[in-house]
Design a protein around this ligand. Sequence first.
Ligand SMILES: Nc1ncnc2c1ncn2[C@@H]1O[C@H](COP(=O)(O)OP(=O)(O)OP(=O)(O)O)[C@@H](O)[C@H]1O
Ligand SMILES: [Mg+2]
Length: 462
Amino acid sequence: MDRILIVDDESSIRELLSMHLEERGFGVLSAATGAAGIRLATEGAPAAIILDMRLPDASGIDLIPELKKHAADAPVLMITAHHDMATTILAMKAGAFDYIHKPIDIGTLDLALDRALEVRRLSRGSDYLSVEANRTFKFDAIVGTSAAMQQMFKDVGRVAASSATVLIAGESGTGKELIARVIHSYSAPKKPFIAINCSAIVDTLLESELFGHEKGAFTGAVAAKAGKFELAEDGSIFLDEIGELSGNLQAKLLRVLQEREVERVGGVRPIPVRARILAATHRDLAEEVKHHRFREDLYQRLKVVTLVLPPLRDRPEDIPLLVEHLMVKINQRLQKNLRRVPREVLEKLQRRQWPGNVRELENVLTRAAVLSQGDMLLEEHLVETTKGLGGQPAAPVIPLDAQILTLDEVERAHITRVFNVSKGHRGKTCQLLGISRPTLERKLRKYGMVRDDEPSDGSTGA
Ligand SMILES: Nc1ncnc2c1ncn2[C@@H]1O[C@H](COP(=O)(O)OP(=O)(O)OP(=O)(O)O)[C@@H](O)[C@H]1O
Ligand SMILES: [Mg+2]
């Protein structure tokens, strides 16, 4: 039987909670002061601790580290009458697991307690992936155990030994740029690596970026400028999103590949190209050729060595290693200490579709790291991110020409959405919406989302 320790100086609260918890089948330890709480935490090995913020002999926040010393794996739920931001932040920083406001809503408390015990169960289990604490992140490491990635490593090795042009294809976020950098670092590590995104700038500008220009070649060309091909010297030039190149520049690039020389815009003398050309695209270039959007002859030159990065959903076996690798990176960047990922959470990740591939996985893990307390990655921290939003969650953007809704209609729709997300759990819905239980009940009735005769204490509904 799990024991729950209650530390609160108000006897009515202790009694109320004891009764409820005993009814739920827990053992209860209860203390009226901080000192007694610490003694019981030491002797009683509680599974979780419910801790009042203000005690006669101590502040709850100061007690947290003490309690953790004696009952290390018991999550602490704080209770307080205050709704202010600063105390919440301080309590969470001190290591509280969650926070419950007075007057205590039993549904909310149960929800928080169940979650706390679940986390404890997961963290006591041994079935998790652990992230080494002292490993330093290697920026140019590509990880993967799948057959496809193993083959990729071999191909990269072979390619690195030559100076052949390489075309890297794959969906967005599959690691195309990373592969390009790794090829470079294994073939010409001391030489420049010059990357340019062919879709990011307008055609005329791109031309002078790639090939350079002479002074006075066009309005604004006040000085001569070397192009990227020159700057790459005998290193590598990475042409990202090459599928977006205009017809005009495709023709010019073809010439570069044939002649191995460039001419600056407005220039007269050819400049030899010594750099290795690495190109990437998320498009199917063969398909582009078929539709006359990409030159066949250029494609033939580029595709001699083609590396195709498979989408992440086709290689779920890579996910554990990727998670471990990315967690080291994220911990370092965010000064976090996420060390453990329960096996069941990993399995959930492996079942996702990942339209944004490894980049999306990285975004999801980054958000999780920001949201999480403690060293365990939890499923509830894994928010779906939307591809292309740079890791931001999908915000409900209302187009300007959309039908104008009243505030009530928006509120009703939003409550419905959150209610669905919480699987009908009212305590959770209140938490997410930041409103009290009575307020939620009132709104549910107002919008006809419950029948008037329905009891309001159920955890399922509508
Ligand atoms: N196999 C891998 N091992 C480790 N990290 C990876 C791997 N694949 C991708 N990443 C990481 O995922 C992120 C996205 O990779 P990258 O930018 O190379 O993708 P991309 O294919 O160029 O994407 P896009 O088409 O959107 O430009 C990077 O942070 C990269 O380091
Ligand atoms: Mg890229």
